[in-house]
Design a protein around this ligand. Structure first.
Ligand code: SF4
Ligand code: SF4
Length: 151
């Protein structure tokens, strides 16, 4: 059993909000996706490949009415991401670091954080919160905070 046992219940919020960065080092075949190169808080000073967004909606181009059109081959980040895990990781950061992430404006999305709060509560109710491994997410947040100039 893994974190996917924590149900999304029809939600597709993260496909609408977050732009998915591709990770060739994790096995993503960049050439097999519809891609654009973007700036990212995680990779300062570089432009990295990411799934294109539909210019009309701003949503991932692979999001269709009943969910992900490429579910069987969705990129590593899509398979790895869970808002409950992200919310749990945020809770491990000291307040000042959470504030620094919010202040950037390009890392945290309110809708996803709120959904993460809800899903973590559900995971706890279902006794599944132990499936949420937060070390990698905390490390990613720490890296972004360290690269953020102090105001
Ligand atoms: S925001 Fe959370 S509940 Fe919604 S689709 Fe993403 S992971 Fe699932
Ligand atoms: S590839 Fe699929 S799971 Fe990933 S953001 Fe797009 S629609 Fe969502």
């Amino acid at each position: 059993m893994d974190q996917n046992a924590i149900p999304c219940d029809g939600c597709t919020e993260c496909c609408k909000t977050d732009q998915v960065i591709l990770r060739p080092e994790a096995g993503d075949d960049v050439a097999s996706y519809d891609v654009e190169y973007i700036a990212s808080a995680l990779y300062p000073g570089r432009r990295v490949p990411a799934l294109k967004r539909d210019p009309r909606t701003g949503f991932c181009v692979y999001l269709v009415e009943d969910g992900c059109a490429i579910h069987g081959r969705a990129p590593w980040t899509c398979r790895r991401f869970h808002c409950a895990r992200m919310f749990k990781a945020l809770g491990r950061l000291p307040r000042a670091k959470r504030d620094a992430l919010w202040a950037r404006g390009d890392v945290l999305e309110e809708a996803i954080v709120e959904r993460g709060r809800d899903r973590l509560k559900l995971a706890e109710t279902m006794g599944l919160d132990h499936l949420l491994d937060t070390d990698m997410q905390v490390a990613a947040f720490e890296k972004i905070v360290a690269a953020t100039p102090r105001r």
